[in-house]
Design a protein around this ligand. Sequence first.
Ligand code: ZN
Length: 434
Amino acid sequence: MKLLRLGDQGSAVAEVRAALTYLGFLPATPRQSGERGNVAPPGTRPGESMGTELPPPAATAPPIPAVPAIPAVPAADGAPGPAAASGGAAAGPPDRFDPDLDNALRAFQQSRGLSVDGILGPDTARALEEARHNLGDRLLYLSAAHPFVGDDVAALQERLFNMGFDIGRTDGIFGPRTESAVRDFQRNRGLDPDGRCGPRTLRELKRLRRTVTGGRPDVLRESVRLLARGTSLLGVVVALDPGHGGDDLGIVSGGLCERDIMADLAARLTTRLLDSGLESHLIHGPDESPNESERAARANELEADLLISLHADGSTSRHARGVSAYYYGNARGSSAVGERFAQLVQREIVSRTDMPDCRTHPKVWDLLRRTRMPTVRLDLGYLTNDQDARALGSTEFRAAVAEAVLAATQRLFLPPEMDAPTGQLHVPRLAGRA
Ligand SMILES: [Zn+2]
């Protein structure tokens, strides 16, 4: 191909100009000269239906080194003056490789990790071609002879990767590994696993994206599995873990015993979950208190979709009170779904009772760490505090907590568009609150 550079002219130059304008490296409307190196922010491409997850090219790029202005044409014509900016006409003839185009091309090259020479050679031309494709513009599938290459493929790969699918690396090439990741995703979503990324698959990707954000890929995998359940609560398996049992009484204070309160709460919750079409299992009987690893193993065996561990708290201070929720996580990352459920259930409990909000917290406890499903431990108030103890001792409070957990579970499994404001998924509010 013929190399294009500053000073060239022709229809090929006009095409490059159009491409760089489309990508946001040139303003759609001409502006004042003297803004060299100050390209329009990319990332605002037209027709971008799903947004791009690739970093905007110039947003992360260091300032573009000033290049000597070498007017390709007499200043009156090519170098745009104030008249050109106000006149609404292009800075120069669109088919002329002027300094603005040179500058934009260099910015583009820099954003793509190409050598910044302002020359349109084969590499830059290919990169420009690839950059033109937005996810959703074309059907993507494995084509051995002519693999799809482009930003749309990269966006697809990135999205799959973020949800925990194995795509190898985000190289923007639709290869066998990308295809198998698409098939995995489709199977997960109950779509025909044909490995082709068309409108239905894109819609699912888009739908999930609103729900699944943040966190590490490996923990986001659980979100996909969870959402694969679809819009029905039927068949969702909730494992319940009464915190104590047998000789293990848990906190005992003022005639109340954590073991018995949580056994009662677990029974109430089981009833509510079953009534709502969910499957519910206790992971241990009333006469035993397995250690946390064992509890986790049992929940894994059940292939539960969610594990909820029920506890009360105790403190040497009689003033300590309130409810808190714990999910798996540390400084490096956390269970995205566990965190979401912890927040949901915390919010529901606090809105339905008088318990102070002691927030949600990431922990690496065995029960949270060794379970494969999102797991939340609830500490439902302090038996060592008079007010909390009164609440925990009342059937109204336990019924309210059961209702709150059910509402949070529904919120977790139903898609966001079916979510109702807090407080709407509920039985009548507590009449005589503790
Ligand atoms: Zn406990």
